[in-house]
Ligand binder design. Structure first.
Ligand code: GP9
Ligand code: MN
Length: 402
């Protein structure tokens, strides 16, 4: 592809709406704390098990936040790294493998870079696992992070670890100490870890009893989500105590499913629902919570995906979202007719689900006439194709001045 063709194909990207709401810029200049909630699905919000809330802290937080309750997991094989990639670039992940591993030498126009250009933000990312996992040590530099706090920065012992490593409570406690020395304004990204398959927990960290479904994975999941919720509460309390709460905008988002379709029966049992395409698709929803201290809460049921998180945040920060060579839409103005696109070509509209070449009603989960989904299919294919072209052809190097 010639340079001119590359530029033309990027310029052919659908023009995004430039509409400004009265929320535009309401969080301008604030520090940003983005928390990627490991394996957290939206059904846990407000859910009770044996009469106890699974996420008491988040349930309270959503009352005072913009809570988007129709946002879908759009990750593919790159799991957490795909979620990070979408939040940082607002491009789709690749159909196979992880962009973090396959294309770390590309030029991207990432969130850290945008924030630095527009409002001189410092960017730091925090995760208790080894820095090479998902090739993060390389990719974070490409994405423009100034500092990566990884396992080697934390005090990790047998006592404060479980499963993949450092438990979330000590992770946040130690992270808050690192934060005190960051230049402001900062954009910080935290990846939690304890709520990871196979959902292991020591007794002392179990704040809720396991559920009683036929699937042990589902039963244990409830306890590790409850632990994650507790860790978030401790983090918020520490930030408040250390004066790092008021001037911050918090973005909390699930990274991908925790309970795979294989264990759906257990989840259907827990939620007392029927097994069909509608419930299966609803399980793909992840919570997206944007908390701005002092701002009144609102639950927003516009559908969207992880790719939409970045433009939504930019809108609140007062940074224009058009011409960002990306595919996401601001969730405050997102067109309800625009489908949420998944990497395998399936999609959800406000009324229909398209999956494995069958069109279903979104509420009933029953198959409907294929013509309901047809108007969207070509557009979905084109959008994924263009995103792939940008990544595989490293096309943004033609658009971004380095
Ligand atoms: C590991 C963490 C978990 O560092 O990101 O990875 P996942 O399996 O969820 O992609
Ligand atoms: Mn993950």
């Amino acid at each position: 592809m010639t340079e001119a063709e590359a530029v033309a194909s990027i310029e052919s990207m659908p023009q995004k709406d430039a509409e400004r709401t009265d929320l535009f810029g309401m969080a301008e200049g604030r520090n940003i704390v983005l928390i990627s909630l490991e394996s957290t699905q939206d059904f846990v919000i407000g859910q009770k098990v044996n009469g106890e809330e699974v996420t008491p802290f988040l349930n309270e937080l959503v009352q005072d936040s913009f809570y988007f309750n129709q946002v879908y997991d759009q990750t593919a094989q790159g799991k957490t790294s795909d979620a990070e990639f979408m939040m940082d670039t607002s491009l789709y992940p690749l159909a196979s493998g992880s962009v973090f591993v396959r294309r770390p030498e590309n030029t991207f126009h990432s969130l850290p870079q945008l924030l630095k250009e527009e409002q001189d933000y410092y960017a730091a990312t925090f995760h208790g696992n080894v820095d090479t996992f998902w090739n993060r040590d390389v990719m974070y530099e490409t994405l423009g992070y100034d500092r990566y706090f990884s396992e080697e920065d934390y005090t990790v012992t047998e006592e404060n670890s479980v499963n993949y490593g450092l438990k979330d409570i000590p992770f946040f406690a130690q992270s808050a100490d690192f934060m005190e020395n960051l230049p402001e304004p900062y954009y910080t990204k935290f990846l939690t870890l304890t709520n990871h398959f196979p959902f292991l927990l020591e007794e002392e960290d179990a704040f809720i009893d396991e559920a009683n479904t036929q699937e042990d994975v589902v039963n244990r999941y409830v306890t590790t989500v409850r632990y994650l919720d507790e860790s978030l509460e401790t983090f918020f309390e520490q930030l408040k105590a250390e004066d790092m709460y008021e001037d911050t905008i918090f973005v909390l988002a699930g990274d991908h499913y925790g309970i795979s379709e294989k264990y759906d029966e257990g989840l259907n049992e827990l939620l007392g629902e029927e097994a069909n395409t509608a419930s299966q698709m609803a399980h793909k929803q992840i919570p997206l919570i944007i908390h701005i201290p002092g701002q009144e809460g609102e639950t927003i049921s516009t559908h969207g995906g992880q790719i939409d998180i970045r433009p939504t945040l930019l809108h609140l920060l007062g940074i224009k979202t058009e011409e960002q060579y990306s595919f996401g839409h601001n969730l405050f103005t997102r067109d309800s007719d625009h489908p949420v696109i998944f990497r395998d070509g399936s999609f959800v509209t406000d009324a229909f689900i398209y999956k494995n070449n069958v069109c279903y009603g979104k509420e009933t989960g029953a198959a409907v006439d294929a013509q309901h989904c047809e108007p969207y299919q070509e557009m979905v294919r084109e959008e994924l194709k263009l995103s792939d072209k940008i990544i595989v052809g490293d096309l943004l190097r033609y658009m971004i001045e380095e």
